[in-house]
Design a protein around this ligand. Structure first.
Ligand SMILES: [Zn+2]
Length: 104
């Protein structure tokens, strides 16, 4: 019967909704880890780990500073700061910026 199968569909839909609600995707834009929602309803867990929490808050703060400057200036600042602070990545950054200059 149609009624029977539509009831089943409804139950199935509710189950799906519950599953979806209890599973979270980490809110760090650099991470796509899915984890079960184990936090409290008042303060749900939004990140899979503390590192992701820190990264997401860094990204937000950096974005607040860089976005008003526009895309090109923001990129310049990001590459400049990488060169100054991360020695191991400096070579890679130079290669990337050289490649970018060639394209221009
Ligand atoms: Zn994460």
């Amino acid at each position: 019967m149609d009624i029977g199968s539509s009831n089943l569909d409804t139950v199935h839909a509710v189950e799906m909704a519950l599953l979806k609600d209890s599973e979270m995707i980490c809110e760090n834009p650099l991470c796509d880890v899915r984890f079960p929602q184990t936090g409290m309803a008042i303060s749900p867990k939004r990140f899979c780990c503390d590192k992701c929490k820190q990264q997401a808050s860094l990204i937000k703060r950096a974005a607040a500073l860089l976005v008003p400057l526009g895309k090109e200036r923001a990129w310049e600042i990001i590459f400049e700061s990488m060169r100054e602070t991360v020695i191991e990545v400096a070579e890679v950054v130079d290669e990337v910026s050289q490649a970018m200059r060639k394209e221009i």
